[in-house]
Design a protein around this ligand. Sequence first.
Ligand SMILES: Nc1ncnc2c1ncn2[C@@H]1O[C@H](COP(=O)(O)OP(=O)(O)OP(=O)(O)O)[C@@H](O)[C@H]1O
Ligand SMILES: Nc1nc2c(c(=O)[nH]1)N[C@H]1C(S)=C(S)[C@@H](COP(=O)(O)O)O[C@H]1N2
Length: 197
Amino acid sequence: MSDVLKIGLVSVSDRASSGVYDDKGIPALRDWLTAALATPFELVTRLIPDEQAQIEAALCELVDIACCRLVLTTGGTGPALRDVTPDATLAVADRLMPGFGEQMRQVSLHYVPTAILSRQVGVVRKQSLILNLPGQPKSIRETLEGVRDADGKVLVHGVFASVPYCIQLLDGPYVDTHPAVVTAFRPKSAIQPKDEQ
Ligand SMILES: Nc1ncnc2c1ncn2[C@@H]1O[C@H](COP(=O)(O)OP(=O)(O)OP(=O)(O)O)[C@@H](O)[C@H]1O
Ligand SMILES: Nc1nc2c(c(=O)[nH]1)N[C@H]1C(S)=C(S)[C@@H](COP(=O)(O)O)O[C@H]1N2
């Protein structure tokens, strides 16, 4: 098994994918991951419209063929008729990870009351974790990183704190983070010394 974490990034947007506006989802995801990850990773990106069949196909390709152990989507999680990212994610899921959706909405409520409108889910397909993030580019940092007070103390944990251990439990590569951005939590027995990573 390679030590390099392959991460699929899927930006789901009718307007960005048709060129009405520039896609800000993938750049925001790339920037955040570059700042947060302390272990090697490789990105595979897709920009597609809000079409359920295309989202399902992209998720299956990224997990089954590109072997991405983590896939992050952005966009299409709301209640509008064309928002179908969670539906596509559930359709290709083997198992649900309800804590991720619950925690992302919990975090997001600190930023915006309409956080409850996001139907975002976390699931496992094969040995890969798929997480839906909302479409607002700023929601990427908010949901992954969580909420801090003015002194930088974490008030509500972002979901990324739990992603490295989840990948480890799915027999994926050992992933570590920069604590200034987000601290990866795992039980003491699962922590690998730096020289063995
Ligand atoms: N990929 C993106 N790049 C830049 N801004 C985006 C992107 N996706 C969404 N946004 C912004 O976040 C808002 C909410 O995202 P949502 O996924 O609900 O998009 P939408 O309103 O369905 O439109 P579209 O699918 O055409 O982006 C959008 O109205 C837009 O302002
Ligand atoms: N962290 C965070 N979560 C958020 C938001 C946001 O700006 N930041 N926007 C909310 C809004 S307004 C909507 S409609 C839903 C769904 O957004 P989406 O359709 O762009 O995925 O996400 C919600 N969650």
